[in-house]
Write a protein that binds this ligand. Structure first.
Ligand code: SF4
Length: 421
């Protein structure tokens, strides 16, 4: 979602004659669009501000804007931590940047805006002209979260659940199609909870699938409790809906799931996986795991390992638990690093093996690949198969946006390599 927001910020800045540039030492303005989900990301923001400060030590100071979830969470504290920052703007208020910059240039005062008015944001964003063409495009349809998992900052930084008007979503997609988009990835912190006056995610996908030029539809990220029957069945009914789903589970231990306030059990999750497979037998899953959540014992960890073995994931994100200020779990006693690191190693070893095994199972098979662009090596083209795995082929005649059957010859953990079938 930060990638989507960052692109929108660039488009907003163009409305006041700013341009994105590549040279770090020639900017009039810096905007850091930040992530607060893990402590490391937050720390990096301040060390990167320090780097910029150094570069501009003997030059005119650029306007410095801190946007995104760190800005939202730390609010005025940002100015205390770094006097280099001029404007602080939260993820639901960045549409006001053109005005805030104008005001800053007139008054040379520091400004902060961390309002959570999502409706107003999308009203402004809808007027932006999308200039960039991208074969695969993100479209935010939902923001915020009401689930309050005890480790997570999202309900505090993105605010309550909000679903965009489906007609405005369709307008945005049509504008993207005009620029060459073939694949839509619908975004939301809780995308499956999307509901705009009765139009659920399943109903929205059905509308999008009717747009001729759209070949592929995906969505991310979902909470396991938000799937209705219609959405599960859609995987078997709608060929444009790709058979790959990111479905975070975080832990395979019922005790830990309860401590996290996830409101589902391990067996609920496994039942959901089975339900999907009933409708689409080749559907594949990726997930998120938190290792060493406060209270996690060796048995809880093994429950997670067992769940991974039962599901067989094609790709996953796994991290050692990171305490986030302001969340209930931040008060809990943490587990020693020596234990969590060992558990992470074991868990990732298994996840990586599953990922390699899955990719290698593609060798000598045909994949349907949507090609997106050339790589730096001019003769190599990049696309993704139906399961979202990157596929590289050496072929000069491929064009961006083409869908081809590719015979897979080789595979590593992250990529597949092949030739036109
Ligand atoms: S459902 Fe996801 S976004 Fe919401 S609180 Fe839980 S982890 Fe965070």
């Amino acid at each position: 979602m930060n990638e989507y927001d960052s692109n929108k910020i660039v488009e907003l800045m163009e409305t006041i004659s700013f341009q994105r540039i590549d040279k770090i030492d020639e900017a009039d303005c810096f905007i850091f669009n930040t992530c607060h989900i893990r402590q490391k990301a937050t720390q990096k923001v301040y060390s990167d501000i320090g780097k910029i400060k150094k570069i501009y030590k003997n030059k005119k100071k650029p306007i410095f804007i801190l946007a995104g979830c760190v800005a939202q969470a730390e609010s005025t504290l940002v100015f205390e931590k770094s006097d280099y920052v001029d404007i602080v703007v939260g993820p639901q208020a960045y549409h006001k940047l053109p005005n805030l910059i104008k005001k800053y240039l007139q008054k040379k005062m520091k400004f902060i805006d961390t309002n959570l008015n999502v409706d107003e944001k999308f009203d402004v964003l809808k007027n932006l002209v999308n200039k960039k063409s991208s074969i695969s495009s993100f479209v935010t349809i939902q923001e915020g979260c009401d689930k309050f998992c005890k480790f997570c900052v999202v309900p505090y930084t993105r605010g309550p659940e909000f679903s965009r008007d489906h007609s405005k979503v369709i307008d945005e997609i049509i504008a993207l199609v005009d620029k060459g988009t073939k694949e839509i990835i619908l975004l939301g912190q809780n995308v499956s909870s999307y509901n705009y006056n009765g139009t659920t995610l399943a109903k929205l996908i059905k509308k999008i699938a009717k747009i001729n030029s759209i070949e592929r539809i995906r969505f991310t990220t979902s909470h396991p409790n938000d799937f209705d029957k219609e959405l599960i069945a859609l995987f078997g009914e709608e060929p444009k809906l790709m058979p790959q789903l990111h479905l975070p589970v975080q832990s395979g231990s019922d005790k830990i799931l309860k401590l996290m306030n996830r409101n589902h059990t391990k067996s609920d999750y496994l039942k959901l996986i089975d339900d999907f497979r009933k409708y689409r037998h080749d559907i594949q899953f990726s997930s998120d795991f938190i290792v060493g959540y406060p209270g996690e014992t060796e048995k809880d960890h093994l429950d997670t390992i067992n769940l991974i073995n039962e599901v067989n994931f094609t790709m996953s994100y796994s991290f050692i638990y990171s305490r986030r200020p302001g969340t209930p779990a931040s008060e809990y006693k943490t587990i020693p690093k020596i234990v969590t690191e060992k558990r992470l190693q074991q868990l990732q070893g298994l996840l990586f093996k599953q990922q390699i095994d899955f990719n290698q199972s593609m060798i000598n098979n045909e994949n349907i690949v949507l090609f997106e662009n050339k790589t730096q090596n001019d003769e190599q083209f990049f696309g993704r198969n139906q399961y979202m795995v990157p596929v590289f082929i050496k072929n000069k005649s491929i064009k961006a946006g083409e869908i081809k059957k590719i015979f897979i010859e080789n595979a590593n953990r992250n990529n597949l390599f092949g030739k036109i079938a």
